[in-house]
Design a protein around this ligand. Structure first.
Ligand SMILES: [Zn+2]
Length: 226
């Protein structure tokens, strides 16, 4: 196996297009442009199992390639991201037995599977999405939700990070305030789907983003020039 493209490397901001001379005569200005998306600088994984990294690696490559081609922004730097497994909120509807005053039944009605914070650049993935962790909540939630694959949740959260770095999150928040959050979620789900994953999330917001992309193109939509 050759050297991995995921090896840690210095972040080169000027990686998108590099001119290379094709002519033997250097005085002839016959240049072609080669696309070099750059080596990926991986997140910091706080995970002794190694599984977060295993899931994230193909996602990072697909995200870099898609983002660089479709959005036109070099997206190979994830070195400021810290990624870990951690339990995230589940919303339950709890039924109390009026005779005993005790809980009779609980139904999960909402679940956060992953989280990205633009302030701390931290990504938290609930272990319930990983079939291999044996998370006790999994069996209960399975009865009520279609639990997304770990790599799809990671793809969604890393899409938020790419969007954040490109300035898209800031531009949506400045333009639309709290309403910008729906569009930001729609964009993360849209990109997750575009790179081949399914997070089972935000169908309404994603549809709105698809419409926007049809009218304005991917780059304008993602960067917030809408
Ligand atoms: Zn999200």
């Amino acid at each position: 196996m050759g050297p991995s493209v995921l090896e840690k490397d210095l972040y080169d901001e000027d990686v998108l297009t590099k001119p290379t001379t094709t002519s033997a005569d250097p005085t002839i200005q016959n240049q072609r442009f080669e696309i070099d998306f750059g080596k990926i600088v991986e997140p910091e994984y706080a995970d002794r199992t190694g599984r977060l990294r295993e899931y994230a690696r193909p996602v990072l490559e697909k995200l870099r390639d898609y983002y660089s081609k479709a959005v036109g922004v070099a997206t190979n730097y994830f070195g400021d991201v810290k990624m870990r497994f951690g339990k995230l909120p589940t919303t339950y509807l709890v039924f109390i037995d009026p005779r005993t005053g005790r809980e009779a039944k609980r139904l999960p009605i909402g679940k956060v599977f992953g989280q990205y914070s633009p302030e701390t650049k931290e990504i938290i993935i609930d272990p319930v999405v990983d079939k291999n962790t044996g998370d006790p909540e999994r069996r209960l939630l399975e009865a009520y939700f279609k639990i997304p694959e770990a790599r799809s949740v990671i793809a969604h959260e890393l899409s938020h990070h790419a969007h954040d770095r490109s300035g898209g999150i800031r531009s949506y928040m400045e333009k639309f305030g709290r309403k910008g959050i729906d569009m930001i979620e729609g964009i993360a789900s849209y990109i997750t789907e575009a790179i081949g994953y399914n997070d089972n999330a935000y169908p309404v917001q994603k549809r709105k983003i698809r419409d926007l992309v049809d009218r304005r193109g991917v780059r304008e939509t993602v960067l917030g020039f809408v």
